[in-house]
Design a protein around this ligand. Structure first.
Ligand code: FMN
Length: 333
């Protein structure tokens, strides 16, 4: 039950990069699954550690609702540097029955949260609601920025569209992305995501499937890239609010904690009836992105020494179906 709750966490392209072992009774070790990494899109495991942070946050929330306390030790084998040894656990979680543990009201949102890539309605988010979002976690070390004025949103949308073009220009990156897009794999999958999760209308989905079936592989890839760029432009243009989470530097522990903070924002959004989509293309460590990222940092007045760990849009939209998850047993070794 705890693992099932944790598994609802977000991960880049829904790769679900988590692996757990039970080294002793009441103890869980959480690892990065070496078979579920993104060497081209996330060569330094930054995004993967963010998704491990989200997994830990969910695990703690799910545990509380079962009267279980979690004591989480990050990197119990010693703090890693820039290089991560995948044989070492990312976290050790000791669990104990504790009737005094406080329930987390976000437990109800675990089954609600999902990434919504639809176009958002032209409806402003009230100041009260934004205050709730800002209270989602303690911002002392990991502040969150929010921007809702029209001029800034337009400028940010421009950055994100350009970033999508840069990200998709790398053949390896595109191949990696395509391998997790169920649009290009007709058989049902327990990871990745498909056309319905991209927020495309049923009519567009029908047309897109037809075209993809008829085109040569090369033309199909070009069509997919065009569609993804157009979609990013439309998604970015319909954000009601842009949000971002920064850390002082870019240490492994900061990436993990940013993931925990982000998950609380995403769960709070879900509980408030808001839709949220991470739009992280501009944070990608790929050639050509650095200049664009400098421009964004400048625009947001974020010092270059800080690191934006997550960038996302928020707004109101119709629901989207949930993405699939692997069965809990398949992440346990
Ligand atoms: C670190 C991280 C980066 C992500 N980046 C993006 C992104 O750039 N664009 C996007 O549409 N979704 C992004 N996502 C959302 C994932 O694709 C999503 O969590 C995953 O497909 C699972 O679906 P769910 O969130 O609906 O459960 C990101 C998620 C994480 C944790």
């Amino acid at each position: 039950m705890l693992v099932a709750g944790a598994l609802t966490a977000p991960s880049p392209l829904n790769i679900q990069p988590w692996l757990i072992r039970f080294p002793a009774p009441g103890r869980i070790d959480l690892f990065i699954d070496p078979d579920r990494i993104l060497p081209a899109l996330d060569p330094y495991f930054r995004q993967i550690l963010i998704s491990h942070g989200a997994f830990l946050e969910n695990l703690d929330i799910a545990a509380r609702s079962c009267g279980i306390r979690t004591d989480i030790t990050a990197f119990p084998a010693g703090w890693p540097g820039a290089r991560l040894d995948l044989a070492d656990p990312v976290a050790r979680i000791d669990i104990t029955d504790d009737r005094a543990v406080e329930n987390d009201p976000l437990a109800a949102a675990l089954s609600l949260r999902c990434t919504n890539r639809r176009l958002y309605r032209d409806t402003a988010i009230s100041q009260d609601t934004l205050t709730h979002l800002s209270d989602a976690y303690d911002q002392c070390f990991i502040p969150m920025g929010l921007l809702s004025d029209r001029g800034s949103r337009l400028a940010i949308a421009g950055f994100l569209e350009r970033a999508t073009v840069v990200e998709l220009a790398g053949e390896e990156r595109f191949r990696e992305l395509r391998s997790f897009l169920a649009a290009t794999h007709p058989e049902p999958r327990v990871d990745g995501y498909g056309l319905p999760h991209l927020g495309l209308s049923p009519l567009f989905r029908f047309g897109a499937r037809l075209r993809m079936a008829l085109l040569t592989e090369e033309r199909r890839d070009a069509f997919l890239k065009e569609t993804l760029i157009r979609l990013a432009r439309q998604q970015a243009a319909t954000a009601a609010v842009y949000g971002w989470i920064t850390t002082t530097g870019n240490l492994r522990i900061e990436q993990l904690n940013a993931g925990r903070a982000f998950e609380r924002v995403a769960l709070t959004s879900a509980s408030l009836g808001l839709s949220l989509q991470p739009m992280n293309q501009i944070l990608s460590d790929c050639p050509g992105m650095e200049d664009l990222r400098h421009e964004l940092y400048d625009f947001l007045s974020i010092p270059e020494t800080r690191t934006i760990q997550m960038f996302f849009r928020i707004g109101y939209a119709a629901r989207v179906p949930h993405t699939s998850r692997r069965p809990a047993e398949s992440i346990i070794r």
